[in-house]
Design a protein around this ligand. Structure first.
Ligand code: MN
Length: 264
């Protein structure tokens, strides 16, 4: 236990950040800004949260579409690297904030969770496609379907849902929709997936696939903060950042601070 006299600038000394600058799940090019945006956001998060940043080694290559999944072999390599990075850390070291990269960086962290941990998916999209239903073959649109297992899933801010995804979503189904500010999962432990496209493009200009509408940074930060103390946040990810612009990234500081408060 740290008994430092001055802890004001280190809210969560035990928290760790894993940066995963992967673009291959989004079917965009390396120069799209996803890798550089990931690294820039991870640096900012490390500073704001006083947390160590580990960059998971990923490839800049692409690979053929196999079984309906673009870049499958490269993505499998990255998953192995993420598993190794997560395994190298003991649970006593505290929770991990994963910074993407495309949304499919959340496959490995979510699959590691127990079935009693609810996943709160803050995203303009449902990411519930299969290789058969996916319009594009981009694995980031299939990642929740692949990772969710039997656990409770709550979609927040979803406003671009494909026809093939709709049958999975409903009040009496495993996947439910909730309004931001009214998220009340049944399970006590929760994991937060935050695709920056849950934000309004008028509010933040730096996500891979902006969708009209969406939340303000303040609304999102308030919702994150409101989870504590009733719910325990065991981990989180922020994905799809394509900007390295300091002024744009600075808009996300209230969100990072809220995550720092709940990720303990
Ligand atoms: Mn999305």
């Amino acid at each position: 236990m740290c008994v430092c006299a001055d802890t004001a600038h280190t809210h969560t000394p035990a928290m760790r950040i894993h940066s995963v600058p992967q673009f291959q799940g989004a079917l965009v090019e390396a120069r799209s800004g996803l890798p550089s945006g990931c690294r820039a956001l991870a640096r900012l998060a490390g500073r704001v949260l006083g947390a160590e940043v580990t960059e998971v080694p990923v490839s800049a290559d692409t690979s053929p579409t196999i079984g309906g999944i673009a870049n499958l072999d490269v993505l499998l390599e990255h998953q192995e690297a993420q598993r190794a990075a997560l395994s190298a850390q003991s649970e006593a070291e505290g929770p991990v904030l994963t910074i993407g990269g495309d949304c499919s960086v959340d496959l490995v962290p979510v699959r590691r969770l127990g079935d009693d941990v609810a996943v709160l998916w803050f995203d303009a999209h449902a990411d519930l496609n299969t290789p058969e239903s996916s319009p594009s073959g981009a694995f980031h649109g299939m990642v929740l379907r692949s990772a969710m297992g039997e656990r409770e899933v709550v979609l927040v801010g979803a406003r671009s849902i494909d026809d093939g995804e709709r049958p999975l979503i409903g009040e009496d189904k495993q996947v439910r929709l909730a309004e931001c500010g009214e998220v009340a999962p049944r399970n006590h432990e929760v994991y937060l997936h935050i695709d920056l496209d849950v934000l309004s493009p008028d509010e933040f200009n730096g996500m891979t696939y902006p969708e009209p509408g969406g939340l303000s940074v303040g609304e999102l930060a308030d919702q994150v903060r409101r989870l504590s103390p009733q719910w325990t946040v065991v981990g989180a990810a922020i994905t799809e950042c394509v900007t390295s612009d300091d002024a744009e990234l600075a808009k996300l500081v209230p969100l990072l601070e809220a995550l720092g408060e709940v990720l303990k």
